[in-house]
Every structure is written in structure tokens, then in C-alpha cells.
Design a protein around this ligand. Structure first.
Ligand code: BJW
Length: 265
């Protein structure tokens, strides 16, 4: 593993071997997390000072038990986050990933963007095929009928909000202890299994089964000498010393520099 810290006074240090790996790849898979949206003003979860879990107890807000106990409090908290996200804009990291998808499509490479983020900023930046494995703040599900749909108007008038069928609405995000959406997880696992270049970007990779996708990709690397893994994150993670390239810097700075090198401009 090579560690490439970025110097904040200069351009991010992009290894030439990584640029070549992107240019030569047949299939690229990317797993993003909250760090990618941090520069858009959306708090991460686990950053010690600014992360949401520094301020709120996840067990009181992000579990089915919390919703059953205090549906008004939980739905209001999610609705406030939805309102905040609506005011935020995608940042250069989101746009660079949309550009990477376009480059891959034009070069007939397979490209899969898997996100744990529930904010839809990738889509707003122009990414077309995004697998949302932890759901979305914009989708809400009726707890009576199970019907799920987009709710684009915000905020709700009452908490907890109700569906037309009269059931309580809950955000269609994946809480602790809940299964990830089966189809999305299957597509994500396929993409991690079959790619020859796997990136984790802006994620602490602490939460399973999403973090297990890194192990899936590494298994492929063990079998094929041409498969590679790369981490782009502000801080080192427990996976940093097991990837081929660990680049430590802000994704909103590293990704635009990386795509510039790939497109040779
Ligand atoms: C920057 C940056 C910048 C900052 N640029 N970088 C195996 C072992 C141990 C435990 C488990 C296990 N398997 C399952 C579990 C239990 C649990 C789990 O993983 N717990 C661990 C925390 C220990 N997992 C689950 O419960 C999952 N469900 C499950 O396993 O179900 C089993 C089941 C099967 C069948 C039937 C029934 C059940 C579900 C997990 C759902 C996670 N949900 C959340 C909340 C979503 C809704 C919401 O938004 O409120 O998802 S938790 C939260 O963590 C959110 C995120 O998507 C997820 C990951 O966080 P992420 O994105 O990595 O953010 P951070 O904050 O952790 O990291 C940000 C990083 O960015 C940092 O490293 C910074 O340095 C960096 N950064 N600025 C680049 N500018």
C-alpha cells in the first residue's frame, strides 16, 4: 500500500499508477459515504466534532425501536435533514464522479456508483446510475400498507406525517438492525465482485454490510493481479493499509484533480 497525503497548499498528489489503472480498467466500482457530501454542508456521522453522532444518539433516532417509541421526534429529525439537504448543492467531488461516469460510458467501461448517502446529491450532480444501498431521505414508506413513494415537498405539516391510507410515514432509509434493500445489495455485490478497480470515497467503512463490499473487491484482487483498490478519504481508515492507494484529502479537491489527470487536461 502507498499512502498519498495531500498538501493543502498545493494540488492533490495523484499517483500516476492510479491514473493508468483508471485508463486501463474494464470495470470501475465506487462506494461513497457521507464524506463526499461534507463539503456541500451536510454533516457526516462519525467525525468526532462535526459528525451527527457526536450530537445525537443513533440508537434514539436511527433504529426501528426509536421510531416505534417516538415517531414524532424521529420523523421531525429526518424531515429537518431533508430540508437541509434541499438547500445544499453538489460539490466538485460529486461533479467529478458524474464526469468519471461519462468518461467510462464513452470509453465502453462498466461503471457502478454505489452510495450509502441518502441525500441524492450524486444524482443532482448528473450521475445517472446510482445504487442507493441505505435508501433516500426523499422516499417515505407507509407503515400500514408498505407503499413507498417520493415526497418532494418539504417540510411535512405534522409529525409524524401520515399517508393517504392513514398509516404513519417513515423515511425509506435503512436503520440499524434493518436489512439493506435486496435488489440494490445484489447489484452492489455483483459490481464489487466483477470490477477491476474498486474505490471507497468519503466513508469510514465502519458500517456493515456496506463495508464488506471492500472485502468482496479485495477477494477479486487476490484472484486477479490486475484488480486494484483505492481509498480517498480525509482521514485514514481501518482499511487504509490494505488498499493499493490510500489518498488522504478532501474528496472535493482530490476527485477533480484525479479526473483532470485521467482526461489529460
Ligand atoms: C471526508 C470528508 C471530505 C469527512 N472528503 N472524506 C458486522 C460487524 C459488526 C456489526 C455489524 C456487522 N454486520 C451488521 C452489523 C450491525 C450494523 C453495523 O454495521 N454496525 C457497526 C456500526 C458496528 N449494521 C446494520 O445494522 C445494518 N443492517 C444489518 O446488518 O441488518 C441485518 C439484517 C439482515 C436481515 C434482516 C434483518 C437485519 C444496517 C446499517 C444501516 C446504517 N444506517 C445509517 C443511517 C441511515 C439513515 C440516516 O441517514 O440516518 O447509514 S448509519 C450511518 O452510517 C449511515 C451511513 O450511510 C453509514 C456509513 O457512514 P459513512 O457514510 O461511512 O459516514 P462516516 O461519518 O462514518 O464517515 C465519513 C468519513 O468521511 C470519515 O472517515 C471522514 O474522515 C471522511 N470525510 N469529510 C473526504 N471532505
Amino acid at each position: 500500500m502507498a499512502d498519498y497525503p495531500t498538501n493543502h497548499n498545493s494540488l492533490p498528489n495523484i499517483p500516476a499508477e492510479l491514473v493508468a489503472a483508471i485508463q486501463n480498467a474494464r470495470a470501475i466500482t465506487i462506494l461513497t459515504g457521507a464524506g463526499v457530501s461534507a463539503e456541500s454542508g451536510i454533516p457526516t456521522f462519525r467525525d468526532s466534532l462535526t459528525g451527527m453522532w457526536a450530537k445525537y444518539d443513533p440508537m434514539e433516532l436511527a433504529t426501528p425501536e426509536a421510531f416505534a417509541r417516538e415517531p414524532a421526534r424521529v420523523t421531525q429529525w429526518y424531515d429537518e435533514r431533508r430540508c437541509n439537504v434541499a438547500q445544499c448543492q453538489p460539490n466538485p467531488g460529486h461533479f467529478a464522479l458524474a464526469e468519471l461516469e461519462e468518461y467510462c460510458t464513452e470509453s465502453q467501461k462498466s461503471f457502478t456508483l454505489i452510495t450509502q448517502n441518502v441525500d441524492r446529491l450524486h444524482q443532482r450532480a448528473g450521475s445517472h446510475r446510482v445504487i442507493e444501498i441505505h435508501g433516500s431521505l426523499w422516499e417515505w414508506r407507509c407503515t400500514r400498507t408498505g407503499d413507498q413513494r417520493e415526497y418532494l415537498e418539504y417540510p411535512f405539516e405534522h409529525y409524524p406525517p401520515k399517508s393517504k391510507a392513514g398509516g404513519l410515514l417513515r423515511p425509506a432509509v435503512v436503520w440499524f438492525g434493518e436489512a439493506l434493500p435486496e435488489h440494490e445489495m445484489m447489484m452492489a455485490t455483483d459490481a464489487a465482485t466483477s470490477c477491476d478497480l474498486f474505490f471507497t470515497i468519503g466513508t469510514s467503512a465502519e458500517v456493515y454490510p456496506a463495508a464488506g463490499l471492500i472485502d468482496v473487491a479485495r477477494q477479486r484482487k487476490i484472484r486477479s493481479r490486475t484488480a486494484h483498490t483505492c481509498e480517498i478519504n480525509q482521514d485514514p481508515t481501518r482499511h487504509s493499509d490494505r488498499v493499493d492507494w490510500a489518498i488522504h484529502g478532501k474528496s472535493g479537491e482530490v476527485l477533480p484533480a484525479l479526473i483532470d489527470r485521467v482526461l489529460e487536461r
